[in-house]
Design a protein around this ligand. Structure first.
Ligand SMILES: Nc1ncnc2c1ncn2[C@@H]1O[C@H](COP(=O)(O)OP(=O)(O)OP(=O)(O)O)[C@@H](O)[C@H]1O
Length: 248
């Protein structure tokens, strides 16, 4: 689904990603782990060109999603963001109703018929495991939901434009343990239909829910492997030191 080749990323004169080569298989969960500042979020943000907005960023190399170079001149950012949705660390619903949060993206992309929108809102909320909790209060403000519900609403909002890839940047780190478990279970469900790439500070979370894990250090990929293999028999000494808690 995603092929990254010889990627270098600079913030001004500081090189944040070095020679990254990585493949992300479709319909799976890939977790990025590593100590603070190693470049996990930076790489995640290159996958939907969120870094473009940062002054002084320079990117070399290639990022292909479904065979298309997303940094090619003819790539439309709106089209890319439709295919690659993102959920952030802090739930960030719009100060609108639950319904309007989910309908926002589809409306932006030209869907206006009420019956179509109703169906899409229900489908997205069901996919995000939130429908049963909100189906009778769709007109209520999204701000009235709990943090965990708000995060699932943000997932529903991302799913409503029918993306192929979902990026999750520490999407449970602001949540309580019960909400975290719900989102972890949801992630496992969603990877049957979507390709999920997540950044997590929590190695146990990566071990619990990802199929593949990528360990970063100082902007480089040290090791990328099936999660079970990476945690049970890491090939690189630095991976072993990190997962056994010797640093980071
Ligand atoms: N907008 C920016 N301008 C300049 N440097 C940046 C910017 N964003 C990140 N960096 C630097 O790039 C490096 C990688 O940052 P990044 O946020 O990708 O790391 P991370 O592994 O996601 O860290 P954390 O786990 O703490 O979120 C860090 O040294 C950081 O200071």
């Amino acid at each position: 689904m995603i092929e990254i080749e010889n990627l270098e990323l600079y913030y001004g004169s500081f090189q944040a990603l070095r020679h990254v080569n990585l493949s992300v298989p479709e319909r799976s969960v890939t977790a990025f782990i590593g100590p603070s500042g190693c470049g996990k979020s930076t790489l995640l943000r290159t996958l939907n060109r969120m870094n473009d907005a940062i002054a002084g960023v320079r990117i070399e190399g290639k990022v292909e999603i479904q065979g298309r170079n997303i940094y090619a001149q003819d790539m439309q950012i709106e089209e890319l963001r439709k295919r690659v949705g993102m959920v952030f660390q802090q739930p960030n619903p719009f100060p609108k109703s639950i319904y309007d949060n989910v309908a926002y993206g589809p409306r932006l992309h030209g869907k206006t018929k009420k019956a179509d929108l109703d169906a899409l809102v229900e489908k997205s909320l069901r996919s995000a495991s939130l429908w049963n909790e909100v189906k009778d209060v769709l007109k209520k403000s999204a701000m009235s939901l709990s943090g965990g519900q708000q995060q699932r609403l943000c997932i529903a909002r991302a799913l409503a434009v029918e993306p192929d890839v979902l990026l999750m940047d520490e999407s449970t780190s602001a949540l309580d343990p019960i909400s975290t478990t719900k989102i972890e279970e949801l992630t496992r469900e969603l990877c049957k239909d979507y390709t999920i790439v997540m950044v997590t500070h929590n190695m146990h979370q990566a071990a619990r829910i990802s199929d593949r894990t990528v360990f970063f250090l100082n902007g480089e990929v040290v090791e990328a492997a099936d999660t079970q293999a990476l945690f049970s028999s890491p090939k690189d000494q630095r991976t072993e030191d990190y997962i056994s808690g010797r640093f980071g």
